[in-house]
Design a protein. Structure first.
Length: 184
């Protein structure tokens, strides 16, 4: 069974940790250090930290891969090939989701994304100018408030957790940033 857990630092003995990205690790820097165990084999990954946010490691919803969040940067790791792909930056909150099992992520309080067994299911348009509050999942919707510095108020929004289709928020209804990747 695959496990992934953050450890306190680079191991003093044994094989050198695999750096992600490779070029970042060439200078011997230490980032978010994760131990992976699959069956009887174990190895250590050293992930370049993002600009800030969560640190977390665990199983991917597909049961085969691992997920690592290194100071906000979301990586999907293939533990057999010892490879990783950076999927999203600026993750500052995670919410467990069902049907399909997986996670919803807040990207710096600006947009939401959903990861499921098949990978990234959807990503919303930008919903907020500067942060979320009162995020809750009720049935097939995530509801919350999005801050606007323009009128200095919180604006309600909701997102269909199956498709990523959203309504409301403080940033406007258009996808001016080009972030939306929805499941229709």
């Amino acid at each position: 069974m695959l496990t992934a857990k953050i450890i306190s630092g680079l191991p003093a003995y044994g094989p050198v940790a695999t750096a992600f990205p490779t070029e970042w690790g060439r200078l011997g820097r230490e980032g978010t250090v994760v131990e992976f165990r699959a069956e009887a084999e174990a190895w250590v990954g050293n992930f370049q930290p993002g600009l800030g946010g969560l640190d977390w490691a665990g199983r991917h919803p597909d049961g085969r891969h691992a997920v690592v969040i290194a100071r906000g940067d979301l990586w999907v790791v293939d533990p057999d090939d010892r490879t990783a792909q950076r999927l999203l930056p600026a993750i500052e909150a995670a919410f467990e989701a069902r049907d399909p099992d997986g996670w919803m992520y807040s990207r710096q309080g600006l947009a939401l994304a959903r990861l499921g067994p098949a990978g990234l299911i959807w990503h919303t348009r930008r919903l907020s100018w500067d942060g979320f509050d009162q995020l809750t999942i009720l049935g097939n919707e995530m509801k919350g408030l999005a801050w606007s510095p323009v009128d200095e108020q919180w604006h309600p929004f909701r997102v269909d957790i199956r498709t990523g289709v959203s309504q409301g928020g403080s940033y406007g209804d258009e996808d001016s940033e080009g972030w939306a990747k929805l499941l229709q």
